[in-house]
Write a protein that binds this ligand. Sequence first.
Ligand SMILES: Nc1ncnc2c1ncn2[C@@H]1O[C@H](COP(=O)(O)OP(=O)(O)OP(=O)(O)O)[C@@H](O)[C@H]1O
Length: 375
Amino acid sequence: MAAISLHKVVKRFGEVETIHGIDLDIKDGEFTVFVGPSGCGKSTLLRLIAGLEEITDGTISIGDVDVSHAEPGDRGVAMVFQSYALYPHMTVEENMGFGLKMADVEPSKIKKQVKHASDVLQLGPLLSRKPKELSGGQRQRVAIGRAIVRDPEVFLFDEPLSNLDAELRVEMRLQIANLHSHLGNTMVYVTHDQVEAMTLADRIVILRDGRVEQVGTPMDLYYKPGNKFVAGFIGSPKMNFIDAIATDIDGFQVSLTLPDGQNVSLNINVDTCKKGDKIKLGIRPEHIQLVSGESNALTLSFHADNVERLGNSTYLFGHYQNFDGFKVHIPSDQQVKRGDNMDLYIEEDNLHLFDEQGLSIRDYDSIVAIKEFCG
Ligand SMILES: Nc1ncnc2c1ncn2[C@@H]1O[C@H](COP(=O)(O)OP(=O)(O)OP(=O)(O)O)[C@@H](O)[C@H]1O
């Protein structure tokens, strides 16, 4: 096991800089997930840690060792890719032991390591099969097994589940979570699937255009997004954003004018905001209610253009004022049909506020503080 530390890491491909001076500390034994939109640099960053790409500037250390310019094989890492890349003519057992065989490891030791990995992944009954006799999920387990037999300090996963169908992905996701709790190694995992990120990660690193937008536990990123990009990226369906103008700020109170002309006064502590500022108000679809409650801060008139019933819950897609594509996630027992007009209710605690640059201006810690103060 080993901690990983990136210090001002830069990567340029020719003239083009794609990683712009990233600082990041990954703790020993932590499961860290890199997420972000396509092209943001997730795979490049992982490959820089693995040594499959050379850094242009900065340093990378694994454990106490500076590996910035070390060969991949000398870094104590094992990587699992999206494509399993198994040798078709070899059995599962031979595939798993091949790397050790090439490194001239004794056959009895190889057998022991393969046995250990196949026990961990429940591959025992499949050891004598060839890859073509395996399902996609089983093949990916063999690829993971091949990494385990090398007994690395760090596992690096590059979208390992993206070739699998939806059901298998869920199964393999659970297997990888079990693997981490069983082995306890430091693991870094790249995905663009936010469900994988939320469910697997101890900490998520959200990347955008080669920079880190925010690092935090899944729940921190969900409840306390540092900016509008993170708020929109984490959560499904995505957070709704509506425009507002700050008309008054007074300590723990901020007054806003909404697009429908209503003025609302919120008991919210904002860090940096002044009268006349344009604000984006963020509202998660699942934080909207159709029934008025005691602590509602906001009521919005909504028209449902579309209704999707999934059985366990219902999604409404519609508009509030001129905000098309406004999304609402409600329990399935609520009777709503396409074309209905209704009021939406949102509680104060569930509102997010962003300034014109997209930075969060809500002091999230004061939510807890105010609650504690008020008992
Ligand atoms: N070998 C390369 N030569 C030139 N540019 C590259 C190379 N590899 C990656 N890039 C560029 O670096 C940027 C980051 O790519 P990367 O593959 O790391 O993104 P990603 O976030 O993993 O994307 P995806 O989710 O689509 O796999 C992209 O703009 C890509 O075009």
